[in-house]
Structures are given as structure tokens and as C-alpha cells.
Design a protein around this ligand. Structure first.
Ligand code: 13P
Ligand code: SF4
Length: 298
């Protein structure tokens, strides 16, 4: 059985398998730890394994490589990227800062390592408000997600300058989708990810990271939930709360990049120790300062 082979290889390599909440069920089932971007970067920073198998997308494996430069970080399918992370480059960021004047840059972890290296501090969907309010300056450039920045703007008196980036999966959700889901499931509580458009988050009962949704659903006395994020989250939600019911806000909320990794890819990468994600030392050290500053805030 392939799961047994993965387990044997994992022991042989002294490896840990970190898995994002959107990954396919069979990948979540072989995880040493499953979580949101923030929890996964904390776990990567803490592990004493030699090899980290990162089942998620490229920027997440890069973040693991930033916090663990001496470990082997494997991304079982090297083509698993994030279109939002590709909406910013170091050159474009430098040009924007020239235009706006010097100011702190808060960069969402869904970004390339070279952009993190130019940033003051990173943030995730779980800590964006805390990170923004931790800065002394009154004006901040937020990259690359305009929706996350707009969400944070609602919880700060600072002026946030937005970068024109977005997640194609979350940004496609419309208020009408929430209204239809509410009509179909009256009484259900709506949880939305802050990557959704402001007109969508305005209709939600709670705006949360993926693991925030897992905690909120477990702690709530409500029994039915409409979930406005990538649909892979329904599997851990249902697993954590078997007596509650979860409905997607739209069946089209599927991130193709999060579905690329299969069990055979995990076994193969443990066998060959490839494909490896390695951030060049100079970028890694600068990016680490921005990631570490974030980790000290939460
Ligand atoms: P979380 O950090 O909330 O898990 O989100 C990651 C992501 O890519 C959302 O699209
Ligand atoms: Fe990127 Fe969106 Fe996929 Fe998350 S869901 S990995 S932000 S494309």
C-alpha cells in the first residue's frame, strides 16, 4: 500500500509531512500536521526533521525554506504555484515604492521570497490586523492581495495602499452566491476567507483564515455553516465536527494548484529527494527577517 511506503520512506529520511487545509483528503490523511499558512510556517520553524515534505503550493514551501535554510524542503509537484503570488515581482515593488515614497511594506505570505526580502514584515490571513497595527507608521503598502488589505483597512486607522493582486478562486465569488447559499440553508452561519471581495466579506458572519474556520466551527453552538473559501476545507471541517453540516458558498471555489499533489508524488519525492525548493542565501536572510518579525507578533 502506498501509504505504508510513504511511512517507511519518511522514517528512513527523518522527514515530516506538512499539509495545507485545502489539499486532497488522501494527502491530509498522511499529514504529520495539517494547518493554515501561519501554523505551517510555525511548524516548519520548530521541526527537528531533516526533510520537510510540503504538500501545498510553492510559496508555502519557500517559506519553509526561509525559516529552515539548512533543511531539505520538498514540494512533491513543482508546478503547484499560486497565481496571486505571481502578481508581484521585486522590480514592480521597487517601482511602486519609488512612486509612493518610502514606507513600510506588509507582504502577505502568498508572495515570492524575493518580495518578502524587500518587505518590512510578512502577514497571513490569520494575523493581518495584528501585523498592520504593530507598525508605528501611519502609511503602509500592503502587497499583493488587495482584498486582504481592504479587509485589514476596516480594523485600522492607518492608510493602507493596495497592490492590485488577488486570488482568482476567492475573488470570483459574488454576493449573489452568498445570498443563494443562505436561501438554500437558512440559519447557517457564513464563514468567509479575507481573500474574498469586500462585498462578500460584508455579508459573512465571520471572516477567518482556514484554521480559524476550523476552530470557529468547533467552538460555535451553531450546527450549520456556509463556507466561502477553497472547497478542500470542507474535508477537515467535516472531520473535526462530524455532527455539524458544512456547505460550500460556490462549487466553483476550487484551486487547481492545491489539487496537483498525489500520493505517488509524495512517495517519489521522498525516494529521490526532489523537487527541492531552496531560497538563495542572500534572499533567504532578508526574507527571514520579515517572516521572523511576523512570528514574533503572533
Ligand atoms: P490560509 O493561510 O488561511 O490557510 O490561506 C492560504 C491561502 O492560500 C488561501 O487561499
Ligand atoms: Fe493562491 Fe488562491 Fe490557490 Fe490560495 S486558493 S493558493 S491564494 S490561488
Amino acid at each position: 500500500m502506498i501509504q505504508q511506503r510513504i511511512s517507511d520512506l519518511k522514517a528512513r529520511r527523518n522527514a515530516i509531512i506538512l499539509v495545507h487545509n485545502y489539499q486532497p483528503p488522501e494527502i491530509q490523511d498522511i499529514a504529520d500536521f495539517c494547518g493554515d499558512s501561519l501554523e505551517l510556517s510555525i511548524r516548519a520553524a520548530e521541526t527537528d526533521a531533516d526533510v520537510i515534505v510540503f504538500c501545498g503550493v510553492h510559496f508555502m514551501a519557500e517559506t519553509a525554506s526561509i525559516v529552515c535554510p539548512d533543511k531539505t524542503v520538498l514540494l512533491p509537484d513543482f508546478n503547484a504555484g499560486c497565481p496571486m503570488a505571481d502578481m508581484i515581482t521585486p522590480q514592480a515593488l521597487a517601482a511602486k515604492l519609488k512612486e509612493l515614497g518610502d514606507m513600510p511594506v506588509v507582504t502577505y505570505v502568498n508572495s515570492p521570497a524575493a518580495v518578502k526580502a524587500m518587505s518590512t514584515v510578512c502577514c497571513t490571513s490569520a494575523n493581518v490586523v495584528k501585523v498592520v497595527n504593530s507598525l508605528e507608521e501611519k502609511e503602509i503598502l500592503m502587497t499583493p492581495d488587495r482584498n486582504l488589505a481592504t479587509y485589514a483597512q476596516g480594523y485600522t486607522d492607518k492608510t493602507l495602499h493596495l497592490w492590485p493582486g488577488w486570488c482568482p478562486v476567492h475573488d470570483a465569488l459574488r454576493p449573489e452566491d452568498i445570498e443563494t447559499a443562505r436561501r438554500d440553508h437558512p440559519g447557517a452561519l457564513v464563514m468567509a476567507h479575507p481573500e474574498c471581495r469586500p462585498e462578500v466579506t460584508a455579508l459573512a458572519d465571520a471572516v477567518l483564515s482556514t484554521s480559524g474556520m476550523l476552530r470557529h466551527a468547533a467552538e460555535s453552538d451553531r450546527t450549520e455553516f456556509i463556507v466561502a473559501t477553497e472547497n478542500g476545507i470542507l474535508y477537515p471541517l467535516q472531520k473535526a465536527c462530524p455532527d455539524k453540516r458544512f456547505y460550500w458558498a460556490s462549487e466553483s471555489m476550487v484551486c487547481p494548484d492545491m489539487k496537483k499533489i498525489g500520493l505517488a508524488d509524495v512517495a517519489a519525492c521522498l525516494e529521490t529527494l526532489a523537487p527541492e525548493v531552496k531560497v538563495p542565501r542572500e534572499i533567504q536572510q532578508k526574507a527571514l527577517a520579515a517572516v521572523q518579525r511576523m512570528l514574533e507578533i503572533v
